[in-house]
Design a protein around this ligand. Structure first.
Ligand code: WT7
Length: 636
């Protein structure tokens, strides 16, 4: 896939009068103007729609920028607004969550039932001594207990750190240590593509070196034998059966009153160094930003069934599977397994079976399904679909058109949402009422201001490529990097003082539409997953045969980008196909299957600057047969 092709305007798709007539927000321009004229007033009006134990004194405090604060002085708890508030109304009987396992098992939770599980598990955590501010690591498969665990933490004021269940020992170990978690919640295993991922065994291995964890709670998903360490490991179902879980009948558990700016969760993401950074989000602003964007962009209605096909372990899942749908009182669908299991019609059969109205997924998944042909979706009645969403990487025109024609039957607008782990909420995105250009995320959400600038921070001319920056704070923005405020400032706010640097390049066309091109830092997007070159390189170098390694991303038809690596072997090791396989497996074991290099090339040398930095740009240019650009800093 070429990112370049998505830069060409492909003509507009104008929303039908029907869509406009029924939309929650009928005019993008009116909302954008309101926010431009009165940013605090605009966000305060959205915040008014939630329950606050105490209203804020100041909407936005910029005095200590870039450590912006939102709804200062306000007291709330996001879970109070996700659950407590709804179970006090008729919504107690509404379905909050419909879940289907890869093996076809179905579980449903009304708001009442979900609240009960969350209360019970929150009681369990409290009884273990978990309290406000403590960090809890969650490393689970895609089961309902994952959101239940997140919500239970937030309810008692603990800070959850979810580690994606596709990561492996080294990635988990680093995140357990950095977060200093006392409790780790996991599963005996998880199903993925008909296979079992041995989550508990990975936890055991990671814990050999992680000192702070005292308790491990294991949800039984598979039922196979796993070692349980006496005094450390507990079964979820046994704890939930204890009287302490059912305190107050199990339906009540005091929701901790939180400051709007108190941390809600941290989520590790890859950046320019080998050490992943923990992005910190808070209760108040995150709540207001995620709920407002979901309601406006996906235009959710009370009777909708909404499916975000991401993993709860990523920001997309945190914001748009767990928190925002519950905040707006929606019915969410969640699927455990692989899109093609057992056949490539799995997703479409579930759209039909559950009558999904809004589907949100990644271009890489669409490209993966496209190659099996139209017959698979065409076997199913997809007429319930009203709106489609895309996220994670630029959507190429071919995938856009297939999504629009074959899945949406030319009736569903596609919301191409650009955002990041750091932004917490959609930032550049259409609303269903705006004209669409395939491949463009259109314009910033009302209240968000973005620009494309050159090396000096000056705006570039319309149509020119430059760096994507955000020029105004927004409520769901990250507050810092956990335990590393300096890195927060240097990483995001130092390249262009006063402006947030996204790490992406983009163009803005004459209509003010943004066209995202891709990362300009050392981050590679593989199948929509974000990986750091340095993480992959250090995984390779941890193998005894490897002296040095460099990783780059090269275009890939389905994954968007694939990881290509260049390896210098230590003396005494000979290149061989067997060693290539061994190194791929090694990276898979250290980081997880998604980080496995597509290709490993043995080289005698790597292009470096005189100061010893690997010039990945030169490697990329050589691999693609492009000019090498400025190589004056290249060492002899
Ligand atoms: C990076 C952030 C935010 C949810 C999932 C990814 C890329 C994200 C789009 C889009 C083009 C996109 C950017 C961004 N990206 N959405 N609609 N069009 N690119 O979160 O893992 O933090 O990655 O994903 O490069 O910087 P993330």
């Amino acid at each position: 896939m070429s990112n370049e092709s998505s830069q060409e305007p492909q003509g507009c798709f104008v929303p039908s009068p029907d869509v406009i007539a029924n939309a929650n927000i009928k005019s993008y321009e009116a909302m954008a103007r309101w926010a431009q004229e009165d940013l605090p007033g605009f966000w305060a009006a959205q915040a008014e729609q939630f329950e606050w134990f105490r209203k804020w004194d100041t909407v936005l405090d910029e005095s200590n920028a870039p450590f912006y604060q939102w709804f200062v002085g306000g007291k709330t708890n996001i879970v109070y607004n996700c659950l407590d508030r709804h179970v006090a109304t008729w919504r107690r009987n509404k379905l909050a969550l419909i879940w289907e396992g890869e093996n076809g098992e179905v579980r449903t939770f009304s708001y009442h039932a979900l609240n009960r599980e969350v209360c019970k598990f929150a009681n369990v955590l409290r009884s273990m001594g978990v309290k406000k501010g403590d960090r809890v690591t969650i490393y689970m498969g895609r089961v309902p207990e994952l959101p239940i665990a997140m919500l239970a933490c937030a309810k008692i004021g603990a800070v959850h750190s979810v580690v994606y269940g596709g990561f492996s020992v080294e990635a988990l170990h680093g995140r357990l240590e950095d977060s200093e978690s006392n409790v780790c919640i996991t599963c005996d295993g998880s199903y993925m593509n008909g296979k079992i991922v041995e989550l508990k065994r990975i936890v055991d291995e990671a814990l050999k070196r992680a000192a702070t964890v005292e308790h491990v709670i294991v949800f039984k998903r598979i039922g196979h034998d796993v070692p349980m360490e006496q005094g450390r490991d507990y079964w979820w179902h046994e704890l939930m059966g204890l009287p302490v879980a059912r305190a107050n009948g199990g339906n009540r558990c005091e929701t901790e009153i939180m400051d709007a700016e108190d941390p809600l969760f941290m989520l590790y993401t890859s950046g320019t160094t080998g050490k992943p950074k923990a992005i910190l989000h808070t209760h108040g602003g995150y709540m207001v930003g995620t709920a407002t964007t979901l309601k406006w962009v996906f235009d959710l209605k009370e009777d909708d069934r909404y499916w975000c096909a991401a993993d709860p372990g990523w920001i997309t899942g945190h914001s748009y599977i767990v928190y925002a749908p519950l905040l707006v009182g929606a019915t969410s669908f969640m699927y455990e397994g692989a899109p093609t299991y057992p056949y490539p019609n799995r997703w479409w059969s579930m759209v039909e079976k559950y009558g999904i109205n809004v589907l949100y997924c990644a271009p890489t998944a669409l490209r993966g399904l496209m190659r099996f042909g139209e017959a698979w979706p065409n076997r199913h009645d997809l007429s319930s679909l009203r709106l489609l969403g895309s996220v994670g990487e630029p959507i190429n025109p071919e995938a856009w058109r297939w999504y629009h024609r074959v899945i949406g039957k030319e009736n569903c607008p596609i919301m191409d949402t650009w955002w990041q782990t750091e932004t917490g909420m959609f930032m550049i995105t259409p609303l269903p009422v705006v004209d669409l250009k395939p491949g463009s995320a259109t314009r910033p959400f009302p209240g968000v201001e973005a620009d494309v600038v050159d090396e000096h921070g000056d705006p570039v001319a319309a149509g020119d490529e430059g760096y994507l920056v955000l020029t105004k704070p927004w409520p769901a923005m990250l507050r810092t990097i956990y335990r590393d405020p300096d890195r927060y400032v240097t990483q995001y706010w130092s390249k262009y003082p006063g402006k947030y640097f996204t790490g992406d390049s983009a163009r803005k066309d004459a209509d003010g539409y943004f066209w995202i091109i891709g990362r300009v830092d050392d981050v590679i997007k593989v199948s929509g997953y974000r990986l750091g070159t340095a993480e992959i390189e250090s995984a390779l170098v941890s193998h005894h045969a490897v002296a040095e390694a460099a990783a780059i991303g090269l275009p890939h038809e389905i994954k968007g980008n694939a990881i290509h690596t260049y390896v210098i072997l230590k003396a005494g090791n000979e290149p061989s196909d067997a060693l290539i396989e061994e190194l791929k497996a090694h990276v898979g074991h250290e980081l997880g299957p998604i980080a496995k290099p597509e290709k490993i090339t043995f080289v005698p040398q790597l292009p470096k600057t005189r100061s010893g930095k690997i010039m990945r740009r030169v490697l990329r240019a050589r691999a693609l047969g492009l000019p090498e650009g400025d190589i004056t800093t290249l060492e002899e």
